[in-house]
Design a protein. Structure first.
Length: 253
C-alpha cells in the first residue's frame, strides 16, 4: 500500500483566493504566479506578501519567470530574476521556482547557480524548462550538481501519463537526492494512477475553471484571458477540483 501521507500536492495559483482554496484543501504548497495562461510569470510583491500571510500551513513557492516564451534569458533578464528571488525570500516565501537554459538549450550552470545561491535558506524548484532542455539526462545530472530541492516535469510529454516512464526513471535515478514532481493534466481521476506508474511523491496541477464574462458593450475591444471559451472572461482556481485532487492524492490505494 502506498503511504498516502507522504504524497505532497502543489497547486498552481495566481490569486489570493486560489491560495486560500489550496490551503483549505490541504495542499502542501502553492506555486504562486501570474499569467498562468502563458505558462506562468513572476507575481507582484503585493500578492506574494498577502499570500504568505493568508496561506496557513500551505507553503508559498514563487515562480520567477520574467516573460513568456523560451527559457534562454539574457543578462538583464537574469539580473531581474535574481532581484525577484531576493525579494520573494524577504517577503517570507518558502521557496522559488526558477529555470534557465543556455543558447544550446542545456541547463545553464552559471545562471542557475546564481539563482540557487540567491535563494539561500529557502527551497528551489527547477520548473518545466527541463521538459524542453536539449538533453534530459544531462540536464537531470546538472540539476543534481546545482543542488535544487526538486524538479517539475511532465516527462517531456503533454500528458503526465504519456511521460510516466521517463518520470519513473528519474525517480529511480534521483535516489532521494532531488524530489521529482509530476505535472501535466493531473487531476483527481488520474492522481493515484500517476503515483503508481511513476513512484513520485510530489504532484503539481493548476486546477482552473472559466468564469463567465459580462455582456460586451458595443466595441470590438476584448480583454478576455487568452484561451478561455467563448463567452467567458478569465480562469479561476477550481475549489471542488483542488479538493478532489488533494483527497485522491492522500487516500490509500
Amino acid at each position: 500500500m502506498t503511504d498516502a501521507r507522504a504524497v505532497r500536492v502543489e497547486i498552481g495559483v495566481e490569486t489570493l483566493e486560489g491560495v486560500r482554496i489550496a490551503s483549505a484543501a490541504g495542499a502542501t504548497r502553492v506555486e504562486l504566479c501570474s499569467g498562468l495562461s502563458v505558462g506562468g510569470l513572476t507575481p507582484g510583491a503585493g500578492l506574494v506578501e498577502a499570500a504568505v500571510r493568508e496561506s496557513g500551513a500551505t507553503e508559498v513557492h514563487v515562480l520567477i519567470r520574467p516573460r513568456p516564451g523560451d527559457f534562454r534569458y539574457g543578462a538583464d533578464e537574469v539580473g531581474v530574476m535574481l532581484r525577484d528571488v531576493v525579494q520573494a525570500r524577504a517577503l517570507g516565501a518558502h521557496g522559488v521556482v526558477v529555470g534557465v537554459l543556455d543558447e544550446e538549450g542545456q541547463v545553464d550552470p552559471v545562471a542557475n547557480a546564481e539563482l540557487v545561491s540567491a535563494a539561500e535558506g529557502i527551497e528551489t524548484t527547477f520548473h518545466r524548462a527541463f521538459d524542453v532542455c536539449a538533453d534530459a539526462y544531462a540536464g537531470f545530472d546538472r540539476l543534481l550538481e546545482l543542488g535544487f530541492t526538486r524538479m517539475l516535469t511532465s516527462g517531456r510529454q503533454d500528458s503526465v501519463l504519456d511521460g510516466a516512464s521517463l518520470i519513473s526513471r528519474l525517480v529511480t535515478l534521483s535516489d532521494n537526492r532531488i524530489q521529482v514532481m509530476a505535472c501535466g493534466g493531473l487531476r483527481a481521476d488520474n492522481a493515484r494512477r500517476v503515483i503508481e506508474l511513476t513512484g513520485v511523491r510530489d504532484l503539481h496541477a493548476a486546477v482552473r475553471i472559466p468564469v463567465p464574462g459580462l455582456p460586451q458593450p458595443d466595441t470590438e475591444v476584448d480583454f478576455a484571458e487568452f484561451g478561455v471559451p467563448h463567452g467567458f472572461d478569465h480562469f479561476q482556481t477550481d475549489a471542488a477540483g483542488v479538493a478532489a485532487l488533494c483527497e485522491a492524492a492522500h487516500s490509500p490505494v
